[in-house]
Write a protein that binds this ligand. Structure first.
Ligand SMILES: Nc1nc2c(c(=O)[nH]1)N[C@H]1C(S)=C(S)[C@@H](COP(=O)(O)O)O[C@H]1N2
Ligand SMILES: [Mo]
Length: 237
């Protein structure tokens, strides 16, 4: 979904307005693909360039190309400068922490897993997701007992929320897909993998992890009518 579609409409209204035929098209995947990258400042490899060295099979599992996603970001792809980028963990923590990208990678062990991302628009992609464990990063700051929610903030102003207990040892803050760096479109330098959730919980361009007592907080799509838990085993609307 592009920003234009949502102006003056909630995504629920937009989806409702599509009608049955268009929904069937969405479900069958025959939707015209917008260009993957709207404009590409020099120095940022495109998904297509990165895909030349991507893995397409891992441990016998077939992987979709990193170019398979449909651009639907609220403000378009973000071109984040890795050198000035920081990840901050703050809010109801014992110690506020700020990491450069290299500090983050050095501080926590890496893991990789194959998972499928499902967007509520009706498309999916299965890829190899590699990064550091969210739970490790949160734990390193010390969570105060009053903290009930984890609110993640993206460079484009996007947010999404989870109960403090959601992240187990599998969930990752991802910096590689199919064995290559994230492209700007896919969330460079860091995005979330929230395996049991709909795609709108897999926030890209993460720069802040906030521990909060506010159990009523709703993120970008959650505040526009989408399920707050966002479990993909349940309807998103
Ligand atoms: N910061 C940010 N994260 C975001 C979004 C966004 O607009 N901004 N869109 C979400 C939605 S709706 C989906 S389906 C996934 C798509 O991720 P992908 O492009 O890597 O497949 O990103 C999610 N994360
Ligand atoms: Mo989505």
């Amino acid at each position: 979904m592009t920003k234009d579609h949502t102006e003056g409409l909630t995504r629920r209204e937009f989806v409702a307005g599509l009608g049955v035929g268009a929904l069937a098209m969405l479900a069958s995947g025959c939707v015209p693909r917008p260009p993957l990258v709207s404009s590409n400042p020099s120095g940022f490899p495109t998904s297509e360039q990165l895909a030349k060295s991507e893995l397409r099979v891992y441990n016998g599992q077939k992987l979709d190309s990193i170019t398979a996603s449909r651009e639907n970001s609220i403000e378009g792809p973000q071109y984040v400068d890795k050198k000035s980028w920081r990840l901050t963990v703050d809010g109801l923590v014992d110690a506020v922490k700020t990491y450069t990208f290299d500090e983050l990678i050095a501080a926590f062990p890496a893991d990789k897993q194959v998972h499928r991302l499902d967007c509520v628009e009706g498309w999916s992609e299965t890829q190899l997701w590699e990064g550091v464990r969210v739970a490790d990063v949160i734990k390193a700051s010390g969570v105060k007992s009053a903290a009930k929610m984890v609110i993640l903030h993206g460079h484009d102003g996007y947010t999404t929320e989870f109960p403090v207990g959601y992240f187990d040892e599998s969930h990752l803050l991802v910096y590689k897909l199919n064995g290559v760096d994230l492209s700007a479109q896919r969330g460079y330098p860091l995005r979330l993998g929230a395996w049991s959730k709909w795609g709108y919980k897999w926030i890209r361009w993460v720069e802040r992890i906030e521990l909060s007592a506010d159990t009523t907080y709703l993120g970008y799509w959650e505040s526009r009518g989408y399920s707050a838990t966002g479990e993909r085993s349940q309807p998103s609307l």
